[in-house]
Ligand binder design. Structure first.
Ligand SMILES: Cc1ncc(COP(=O)(O)O)c(C=O)c1O
Length: 378
């Protein structure tokens, strides 16, 4: 019990499903349909079963999922899209890539998700800047669904669409609704470290609208029309590889059990760390996919070093909000961004995966207690 712990133990998962994964890969190598092979449609059907979504359009990454969803909404120059500043760059990047303007909103201090009050403020800033607000992209940070009820109300009042960036939250839910159905359009990522990850890049867009689904499928293949060389719109090469779809089909088989196991791991952390650091809170009725278990701690960087010395890997998601990043500094923001800036200085993500054992978590807690006692904590 003295060697380094894994931050995300993909090797343990691989050990458990190795024969099925190897057989799935071998089947693709044998049939040779590497692009849009039969596993792709099967994956999409199983993703619909799992989430309850009407349509699932698989694609090459979570970033492409955002780009495809925005293209299908017709986003372009002059349009403003409100996004949280405390997120991975891809959320704002996809908007900017299409020539539209990301307008940054602050987060809620407890959930780390976009603050609806700040969304309204950001919309005002966008209008004052002469932009045309078209949509909101809430992000389910660390696996916890955003406040979709509040955001839907703002969207309805301002005639905006809502696009859920659920790259981190597949497997989570809000009330009876599962991630994939909490907004009219949802994107996710199958990056290896995500709750449902493949062995490379992958992503998906979920939606309920038939016409929007057809546009997504066309955009994914260069804006294809009735046949391969009929191009009816500008699209991208955004397909998922058949090999990744085959891997995801196997992983989907164990995913529901992994989501349950993640709740147990999070519950154990909450007990062990209650008096040590500020632990995450899940609102009544929500289920987090626990992509990350992120605590707040004063003197964060020193605590992280002490944990590293004790063989415990940690990560900081995210050390700088997007509105303070070189590439995004020029875009408009809501007037107050203090919660995102404070979070960036305090967050620390601990080892988190479905196979994390109680003894390892006790080791994390002991090391964290010692580190906090040395530095300072909450
Ligand atoms: C919130 C968020 N959005 C988008 C993405 C982009 O996903 P991908 O890495 O699959 O392109 C990620 C993942 O890295 C993410 O965390």
């Amino acid at each position: 019990m003295t060697g380094p712990l894994a931050f995300i133990d993909l090797a343990e998962q691989r050990r458990r499903i190795a024969p099925e994964i190897d057989a799935a890969i071998a089947a693709v190598l044998d049939h040779g349909k590497f692009i849009m092979g039969p596993e792709v449609a099967r994956l999409e059907a199983e993703l619909c079963d799992f989430t309850g979504a009407i349509h699932a359009v698989s694609c090459a990454s979570g970033t492409d999922a955002l780009v495809l969803a925005l293209l299908a909404h017709g986003v372009g120059p002059g349009d403003a899209v409100v996004v949280p500043t405390f997120t991975f760059a891809a959320t704002a990047e996809a908007v900017a890539l299409l020539g539209a303007t990301p307008v940054f909103a602050d987060i809620d201090a407890v959930s780390f998700n976009v603050d609806p009050v700040s969304v309204e403020a950001a919309l005002g800033v966008a209008v004052d800047a002469g932009l045309h607000p078209v949509g909101i992209i809430p992000v389910d940070l660390f696996g916890l669904p955003a406040d979709y009820d509040a955001i839907a109300k703002i969207a309805a009042a301002n005639d905006l669409w809502v696009l859920a960036d659920a790259a981190q939250s597949l497997g989570g839910s809000l009330g009876v609704g599962r991630v994939g159905t909490l907004a009219p359009v949802t994107t996710t990522s199958f990056f290896p470290a995500k709750p449902l990850g493949c062995y490379g890049d992958g992503g998906a867009v979920f939606c309920a609208d038939d016409a929007y689904d057809r546009v997504l499928r066309s955009l994914r293949v260069h804006g294809q029309g009735s046949d391969k060389y009929d191009n009816v719109r500008i699209g991208i090469n955004g397909r998922i590889d058949t090999l990744q779809a085959a891997i995801l089909l196997v992983k989907l088989g164990v995913f529901p059990g992994e989501i349950v196991a993640r709740q147990q791991v999070a519950g154990r952390y909450a007990e062990l760390l209650a008096e040590v650091v500020q632990t995450p809170t899940v609102p009544e009725g929500s289920v987090s996919a626990w992509a990350q278990y992120t605590v707040r701690v004063a003197n964060r960087d020193n605590v992280a070093v002490a944990l590293k010395d004790a063989g415990i890997p940690t990560a900081v998601y995210y050390p700088r909000p997007l509105h303070q990043q070189t590439a995004y500094r020029g875009f408009p923001t809501a007037p107050q961004m203090g919660e995102s800036e404070r979070a960036a200085g305090e967050v620390l993500s601990l080892p988190m995966h479905p196979y994390l054992e109680a003894a390892s978590q006790e080791r994390v807690a002991d090391a964290l207690r010692a580190a906090v006692a040395l530095g300072s904590g909450f």
